[in-house]
Write a protein that binds this ligand. Structure first.
Ligand code: G1P
Ligand code: ZN
Length: 544
């Protein structure tokens, strides 16, 4: 076997963020940059000799080249087997499932999620552990530490592997299996949801749906699931062919970037149900006819209706949501008499709760919902869950959400993003806020009174690990909140995220535009943090 050991120099910027290492493609194309990071992952693991590694990505530019390098490095480092998605394609949820199903040691997922792709756009590498979930901080810290001292990496000299045909062959001593994950994934969905009932809904002639895959990874999964298995007419899936640059779009399922879908769902003769998913298939957006469901509300509604769905009919052990996510799910948990856990941003913090059986459903305000069926959020899973609820309740999306507000009250919610802010200015803003925190409790701000003000710190209830500085939050006596944090997934400057929430129990006031309902809070947030002055922007770049 031709194993080469290559001398290398460390790069100083390989610290994994909220969800793996994300950089522009040209950064990854620097000599040894990808190799260093992959070897740093392997160097921080123990006991993988002879074990299975899952490899695949969202199909974005540089996916194929990176997979060839990773396979040759995995072979040289002693993995026994790699499972690779056909064409190099694996959605993030499918990868999580494949790791679990095959008792793999771990997986490498190539994706920059919802960030644009192309020769000058974003690329990313994420390591997932044997439970199928993102590596916890102690692993990502070890990877970063290794990347700072790395001196060599190992690579098998071999020709490139054929990725486009399902097959099994050897690369040095390592077995490579190229497989198609779509059927596995469809089977998993079938084990959780009432496919007969959903098929009746989709073929009954009354109900129409539209799924926008945004030219990203879910195209093949969505075609198989909705059109082939569940009987929806051809054409139900839009933009269903994955492209290396996502057709030049921004594969982020929100009201701004999923504009084709938004036009259809808010246009004349709109279908009953619309959904979109992101670059790597873990996010989802849910729309009814002329109606947007906020991700936080979506989690709350799914939790409240879980017993209608076969996979969850015995009830939920608990719910978990990230700290900036609205408190709508907390109200459902309280009603159900179960715990609602509040974790830092990022799916990796849900893994322990899911493994310990403490939480069944999880979600984030950033269009992420999922459950204990895997250890990642799962875009299409959320879509099928909604379809199952719609099929049972025979009501519109809007009716279901409005009835939910009637029962639980409405948590008005919005996130304001200020993208590509100068990093120094963004840090100054957060530091300025931190300095003010001790003086805030008890103060009156406009018509609100501050109840608490802190920088969120989380102690994992399972392993006791502590994560600090996870976002500045200011809570008011009436349950309203504002949260400020800097994104950990961006690749350009800093992104400031401002999360705003207020609670309205009175049904007579449920019909407001969230930007209006939150108007005073938005103003107060600016006064407190000097957002306009410090970012130099007079409005957010994206509002969700
Ligand atoms: C963002 C979202 C976060 C999500 C992550 C990965 O991270 O806010 O909820 O888990 O993308 O999809 P951020 O950029 O805020 O660090
Ligand atoms: Zn994603």
């Amino acid at each position: 076997m031709d194993i080469r050991t290559v001398a290398t120099q460390p790069y100083s910027d390989q610290k994994p963020g909220t969800s793996g290492l994300r950089k522009k493609v040209p950064v990854f194309q620097q000599p040894n940059y990808l190799e260093n990071f992959i070897q740093s992952i392997f160097n921080s693991l123990e006991g993988y000799q002879g074990q299975t590694l899952v490899v695949g990505g969202d199909g974005r530019y540089y996916n194929r080249q990176a997979i060839q390098i990773i396979l040759k490095m995995a072979a040289a480092n002693g993995f026994g087997r790699t499972l690779v998605g056909k064409g190099g394609i694996l959605s993030t949820p499918a990868a999580s499932y494949v790791i679990r199903k095959n008792n793999a040691f771990g997986g490498i997922i190539l994706s920059a999620s919802h960030n644009p792709g192309g020769p000058h756009e974003d690329f990313g590498v994420k390591y997932n552990i044997s439970n199928g979930g993102p590596a916890p901080e102690k692993v990502t810290d070890a990877i970063f530490a290794n990347s700072k001292t790395i001196a060599e990496y190992h690579l098998l000299d071999a020709p490139d592997v054929e990725l486009d045909q399902v097959g099994r062959f050897k690369l040095g001593e390592m077995v490579v299996e190229v497989f198609d994950s779509v059927s596995d994934y469809v089977e998993l969905m079938q084990s959780l949801f009432d496919f007969d009932r959903i098929r009746q809904l989709l073929t009954g002639g009354q109900f129409r749906m539209c799924m926008d895959s945004l030219h990203a990874v879910t195209g093949p999964y969505a075609h198989a699931l909705f059109e082939e298995v569940l009987g929806a007419p051809a054409g139900t899936v839009l933009n269903g062919v994955p492209l290396e640059d996502f057709g030049g779009g921004h594969p982020d399922p929100n009201l701004v970037y999923a504009h084709d879908l938004v036009e259809i769902m808010f246009g004349a003769d709109a279908p009953d149900f619309g959904a979109a998913s992101d670059g790597d298939g873990d996010r989802n957006m849910i729309l009814g006819r002329n109606f947007f469901v906020t991700p936080s509300d979506s989690l709350a509604v799914l939790a409240a209706n879980a017993k209608l769905v076969p996979g969850y009919k015995d009830g939920l052990a608990g719910i978990a949501r990230s700290m900036p996510t609205s408190q709508a799910p907390d109200r459902v948990a309280a009603r159900l008499g179960i715990e609602c856990y509040e974790t830092p941003t990022g799916w990796k913090f849900f893994g322990n709760l899911l493994d310990a059986g403490k939480a069944t459903l999880c979600g984030e305000e950033s269009f992420g919902t999922g459950s204990n069926h895997i250890r990642e959020k799962d875009g299409l899973w959320a879509v099928v869950f909604w379809l199952n609820v719609l099929a049972v309740r025979q009501q519109s999306v809007e009716q279901i959400v409005k009835e939910h507000w009637q029962q639980f009250g409405r948590n008005y919610y919005s996130r304001h993003d200020y993208e590509a802010v100068d990093a120094e200015r963004a840090n100054k803003l957060i530091e300025g806020l931190r300095a003010k925190l001790p003086t805030l409790p008890g103060q009156k701000l406009g018509s609100y009174e501050v109840e608490y003000a802190d920088d969120f710190s989380y102690t994992d209830p399972i392993d006791g690990s502590v994560s600090q500085k996870q976002g500045v939050r200011i809570g008011f006596t009436d349950g309203s909140r504002m949260v400020f944090r800097l994104s950990g997934t961006g690749t350009q400057g800093a992104t400031l995220r401002l999360y705003l929430e207020s609670y309205e129990p009175n049904i007579a006031n449920h019909g407001l535009d969230p930007q209006v309902a939150l108007g005073e809070m938005i103003q107060l947030a600016d006064e407190l943090a000097q957002i306009k002055t410090l970012t130099g922007m007079d409005k957010p770049t994206v509002i969700t």
